[in-house]
Design a binder for this molecule. Structure first.
Ligand SMILES: Cc1ncc(COP(=O)(O)O)c(C=O)c1O
Length: 415
């Protein structure tokens, strides 16, 4: 098709905007759209409870804020080393060794503006058109969007609730093709909260051992938010023979309630880390100097508050899971970690709302909850697996209780 802006006969006012092909199939995230709609309803005066946000409701601890303040006063307000200050890289090296039992040298560590940029750098640095990336669903939406921006193909594999929302070895084996570059695993998961124990990872790592052209990206972002004695493990520690093709991604956003500070990091093979720095050098030059200083304090400072915060999240998880499972038509698996429930809603589909609308999909159900119950949650379709919906329970207990009552009432009205 001829582009209008390239036609010599077109007038200045005719010019039409053309997005690049690489973003044309990607929309603004469903989560952001629902959040915006819920906020708009709130502004109209509707008492909407928003359980959509993917961030802790705690504040960043004071000792971390103080470190940022001191860094500013000490003049740490300039560009830093491209992919992380030596101080932060050393703190990350120590963290990987202390908490995960994995040794990375300083030049095997990279720091970026959020774990999201780490993923972006990794995909842009390694993928060519036609390459494939295996992503189990339900998945954090950014994985497939970033792969598509890098002009590669996400290969989505449905992991159902019966399998604990975990990828199975046979599924992985069947999905691996000559063009596969990466597999992305996330434990505990956003949105399902599912965690991979050592015995869940083992068969997957055995499959990867047989396919040296496939690399593994593990997203350990929710490592510190795990329940019921769940023992967090990371694949580079479990299978050192795979370490030279694993990128271990983490960040300070969720554990230290630092989503706005925008610091993520990763450990991985030196050549990959170098290639990622090339992408970063032309995207952002370096992460924020002040946020990096704050992150040093987060990683090197006291960790005891993590236990208290985890206990608070666990209470809220129990409240929400019990509340959802008491509602006819909903079915919620107990998540091992993160601060999300991913509840089945097959039992309410096919029913009709009081206004006569038949609920066909999880998107319909979530739209109904927003309209009728003033509760904003995100449909499973946004995460590549239906029929489910995600609740982020990083909200006050009173608000969660009220939301559950409203969801129960809305479901009871369906016929
Ligand atoms: C699984 C997962 N990984 C990575 C991120 C990105 O975190 P950051 O704030 O460091 O970019 C998120 C944020 O929602 C997430 O849920």
């Amino acid at each position: 098709m001829e582009r209008k802006d390239m036609n010599i006969n077109s007038k200045p006012e005719d010019v039409v905007f053309h997005p690049a092909k690489r973003i044309s199939s990607i929309g603004v995230s469903e989560i952001l759209k629902i959040g915006a709609k819920a906020q708009a309803l709130k502004r109209e005066g509707r008492p909407v409870i928003i359980l959509g946000a993917g961030e802790p409701d705690f504040d960043t601890p004071d000792h971390i804020k103080e470190a940022a303040w001191k860094a500013m006063q000490a003049g740490q307000t300039k560009y830093t080393a491209l992919d992380g200050t030596p101080e932060l890289k050393a703190a990350i090296r120590d963290k990987f060794s202390r908490e995960n039992g994995v040794d990375y040298a300083l030049d095997e560590i990279t720091v970026a503006t959020g774990a999201k940029q780490i993923l972006f750098n990794a995909m842009m640095a390694t993928l060519d058109p036609g390459d494939e990336v295996i992503i189990p669903t339900p998945y954090w939406t950014s994985y497939s969007d970033i792969v598509q921006i890098a002009e590669a193909t996400p290969v989505l594999i449905a992991c159902n609730a019966e399998a604990g929302f975990r990828l199975q070895a046979a599924q992985l084996e069947a999905a691996i093709a000559p063009k596969t570059r990466w597999v992305i695993l996330n434990s505990p998961s956003n949105p399902s909260g599912a965690g991979y124990r050592a015995e869940d990872y083992r068969p997957l790592l055995d499959v990867l051992m047989k396919h040296p052209h496939v690399w593994l990206l593990v997203d350990d972002m929710y490592e510190h938010i795990v329940y019921d004695g769940f023992e967090f493990v990371t694949p580079a520690a479990l299978e050192p023979r795979l370490k030279n093709r694993i990128l271990t991604v983490n960040g300070v956003s969720k554990a230290y309630a630092m989503t706005g500070w925008r610091i993520g990091y990763a450990g991985g093979p030196r050549e990959l880390i170098k290639a990622m720095a090339v992408v970063q050098s032309q995207a952002t030059s370096c992460p924020s100097s002040i946020s990096q200083a704050a992150s040093v304090a987060a990683l090197n400072g006291p960790q005891d508050f993590l236990v208290e915060r985890k206990a608070s999240f666990q209470r809220r998880r129990d409240l929400v899971v019990a509340g959802l499972n008491a509602i006819e038509g909903l079915d919620c698996r107990v998540p091992e970690g993160a601060f999300y429930t991913f509840s089945g809603c097959a039992g309410v589909l096919g029913k009709s709302t009081p206004s006569g609308k038949r609920l066909e999909t999880d998107t319909d159900f979530c739209a109904y909850l927003l309209e009728d119950a003033n509760v904003a949650v995100v449909p499973g379709s946004a995460f590549g697996l239906s029929p489910f919906f995600r609740i982020s329970y990083a909200s006050a207990e009173s608000e969660l209780k009220e939301a559950l009552t409203r969801i129960a009432d809305a479901c009871a009205k369906l016929v």
